[in-house]
Design a protein around this ligand. Structure first.
Ligand SMILES: Cc1ncc(COP(=O)(O)O)c(C=O)c1O
Length: 462
């Protein structure tokens, strides 16, 4: 007699598919029905944009159509239809200190009276550089407009000083749209990520991809002698969040030194960790330090710095290179408005007091979400890095990009995000990230926890 086969469990992240479909359908309808003004405005004006949006990824939000923002203040948004929304996305970190922090708004008004861009520094630039060193350590700084640019320029310097071609990145990483880093690990090979538009060069010639938390793989890659730089976030925040194993960063530092590679730490998201970013909080020792997004309070600005030793090596290289374009820099970078905002943010916004509030609020949020997950016996977990909290619709902890990719549940996440938004809570798209700013109120945090509970109650009903 044939042995009975066990029935495969059709659940998605522990949820019955019919429940998920019911929630997703109802919430999408509810979003659309409650936004007549937004729909009318999009119908009247979106045809002038390619694919209807000013940035193609604005289509990747889970709602049936984008929400048009009318106003943003502190940690709240108002949309065109007049709904007040608690904002936990905060521009995916650009507004991590709240929307238009007062000192930054004041600096913008003041600078606007003195010109916006002139390709020359100001006194505020000098003050900002001093503050950067106080906040992040003794690096020699350059200013860019986006963290993507900052990473690109940092990589050029690393290649220049080492004379090596490749960057080592971790599977599942994101460092902006830096071509070289758009790779993945597939069957042990570095490949270009599927979906890259107009990709022509072979990225495996300029990048090597290994798993996070795998020091043996890092060492093997470095042994090739081809690696100019290790570029990493301290915590992988652009997949489902992956924390470093104890000793991982010390190991990276040691391997980079032994093999003569430049260690670049990208703090663009982990700046949520506390004053000085993860580097200061956990005592990392990078050769180069990159941070963007919120560093000037939301004004497009990024900074990248190198140690004095690396700066000396770069100066030697620079003195020898032929005259011509460096391949680094953009016209509007290091403009006076950026410096005014950078100075205001570093001096008055990115403070120990602000981080203390953020830490307290984020701890409350993480605890509340974990409590809800446990109460519904959902096979999910919560990770927190300072002000950055994420719920992951799979058991954890996760150890690397491959595990993070498997944990990602786009269908569940899309339904949840829309359902949360219909309950007045906006969280980051693409993954389940929430930021707590100094302006975020306890009642906003509690509303998010309550909305999450209401949704899970429906999804996990017996
Ligand atoms: C770690 C990290 N680095 C760099 C970037 C790129 O930032 P930007 O889009 O401002 O260039 C991002 C964007 O999400 C990021 O998460």
């Amino acid at each position: 007699m044939a042995k009975a086969q066990p029935t495969p469990d059709p659940r998605i992240a522990g949820i019955r598919p019919e429940r998920l479909t019911a929630l997703a359908t109802r919430e999408a309808k509810r979003f659309a029905a409650s936004r007549p003004k937004t729909r009318a405005a999009l119908a009247a004006g979106s045809q002038h944009f390619l694919d209807g949006v000013p940035m193609h990824w604005m289509k990747d939000w889970p709602m049936p159509f984008p929400m048009l923002v009318a106003e943003a203040k502190g940690a709240a948004l108002t949309d065109l239809d007049g709904y007040g929304i608690d904002d936990f996305c905060l521009g995916d970190t650009g507004s991590m200190f709240g929307h238009s922090p007062a000192p930054v708004a004041k600096a913008i008004r003041k600078q606007a009276r003195h010109g916006l861009t002139y390709m020359l520094p100001t006194e505020a630039a000098l003050a900002a550089a001093d503050l950067l060193t106080q906040r992040f350590g003794a690096f020699q700084w350059q200013i860019a407009t986006t963290a993507t640019d900052a990473n690109r320029f940092a990589l050029r310097v690393a290649r220049a000083v080492t004379g090596r071609p490749k960057v080592l990145v971790f599977n599942g990483c994101y460092h902006g749209t830096v071509d070289d880093t758009m790779v993945a690990l597939h069957d042990g090979q570095t490949i270009a990520r599927p979906g890259l538009v107009g990709q022509v060069s072979d990225l495996s010639q300029t990048a090597t991809c290994v798993e996070f938390n795998d020091l043996a793989a890092v060492e093997a890659a470095l042994a090739s002698g081809e690696i100019a730089a290790i570029l990493t976030e301290p915590v992988m925040t652009n997949s489902c969040m992956v924390l470093p194993d104890p000793g991982f960063h010390a190991g990276l530092r040691d391997l980079a030194t032994r093999h003569g590679a430049v260690l670049i730490i990208d703090e663009t998201h982990t700046i949520s960790s506390g004053l000085g970013g993860y580097t200061a909080v956990h005592g990392l020792v990078p050769d180069m330090f990159v941070v963007g997004k919120c560093v000037a309070g939301g004004m497009p600005t990024a900074v990248w710095g190198m140690t004095a030793d690396l700066a000396r090596r770069f100066a030697a290289y620079d003195a020898q290179r032929p005259a011509g374009h460096s391949g680094m820099g953009t016209t509007l970078s290091a403009n006076p408005m950026q410096f005014a905002c950078l100075r205001a943010t570093l001096a008055e916004v990115m403070t120990a007091k602000a981080y203390a509030r953020m830490e307290k609020g984020a701890a409350r949020l993480a605890k509340g979400l974990s409590r809800v997950i446990a109460a519904h016996q959902a096979p999910w977990h919560v990770v927190r890095v300072g002000a950055r909290v994420e719920f992951i619709c799979a058991p954890g902890p996760l150890r690397n990009g491959a595990e993070a990719a498997t944990a990602h549940q786009p269908q569940v996440e899309a339904a949840l995000h829309t359902a949360l938004l219909n309950r007045g809570c906006l969280i980051a798209p693409f993954h389940n990230m929430m930021l707590v700013s100094p302006a975020t109120r306890t009642r906003q945090i509690d509303r998010l926890i309550a909305a999450f509970d209401e949704i899970l109650t429906e999804l996990f009903a017996i």
